[in-house]
Design a protein around this ligand. Structure first.
Ligand SMILES: Nc1ncnc2c1ncn2[C@@H]1O[C@H](COP(=O)(O)OP(=O)(O)OP(=O)(O)O)[C@@H](O)[C@H]1O
Length: 224
């Protein structure tokens, strides 16, 4: 993946959510940490074009996210509450839903649904109703739905929020196993303890951009 922020910033009226920022992201695993309201989600939403920069540009795999909708297809986003992104009641149908909107044939959709369920050993969830799933199972179902559409980059917004220790371990392992690039926004410092690149946001600015140990130390200072 290649993501470039070119003086990209976001303001809402007089409130600055993200100060203009210039940087390039190429690593397979990147984490984003910072206090509540520091600009993490705004930064992530710029990458898939959900939020448009009010200054500068964001270029993903060579395409400007503001005016090239195709750039969005490269980026899958798993939101803070996966229950809100699962649209259809049954997991299998929800995975198929994202593929239908891409105009694939029925046979191709079925093959892709089977492939992603197989990839994550999640076949047992296929016929389950999403509202009956545990938090960990929901994360898994959301991951299957998003990855079935073939994004190159996956953004996960607080993927271990509200999960117990076992499911945290499960989600950590899942992220490690991805061949896609992953950008993880989190307050779970254990989850990202060995990440080579961690961005720390503070009051809408990038306060550190360093390997995990150094970045987490800076975050602790800011939080004190
Ligand atoms: N649509 C919006 N309109 C006005 N202000 C906004 C909007 N979205 C975000 N903000 C403000 O921008 C700032 C950064 O918000 P953002 O959601 O990026 O923070 P965050 O670091 O992800 O926070 P958290 O950890 O609480 O999820 C906050 O002050 C927030 O209130």
């Amino acid at each position: 993946m290649n993501i470039r922020f070119e003086s990209a910033g976001v303001s809402y009226g007089s409130r600055t959510a993200l100060q203009p920022l210039t940087l390039e992201l190429n690593e397979q695993r990147i984490a984003i940490i910072g206090l509540n309201g520091s600009g993490k989600t705004t930064f992530a939403r710029l990458i898939n074009g959900l939020t448009k920069p009010t200054s500068g540009r964001v270029i993903v795999n060579g395409r400007d996210t503001s005016d090239d909708k195709a750039a969005r297809g490269d980026v899958g986003f798993i939101f803070q509450s996966p229950q809100n992104q699962i649209i259809l009641p049954v997991v299998r149908d929800d995975i198929a839903f994202g593929l239908k909107s891409r105009g694939l044939s029925k046979a191709k959709i079925e093959a892709k649904v089977a492939e992603v369920l197989d990839r994550f050993n999640a076949g047992h969830l296929a016929e389950r109703r999403a509202h009956e799933l545990s938090g960990g199972e929901l994360q898994m179902a959301a991951l299957c739905s998003v990855l079935a559409t073939g994004p190159d980059i996956l953004i996960l917004d607080e993927p271990t929020n509200q999960l117990d220790l076992r499911n945290r371990g499960l989600v950590k392992g899942l992220i490690e196993s991805l061949h896609e690039s992953a950008i993880v926004i989190t307050h779970d410092l254990e989850l990202i303890a060995d990440y080579p690149r961690v961005l720390v946001f503070h009051e809408g600015q990038l306060a550190a951009d360093a390997p995990a140990a150094e970045a987490i130390a800076r975050y602790r200072e800011l939080a004190a």
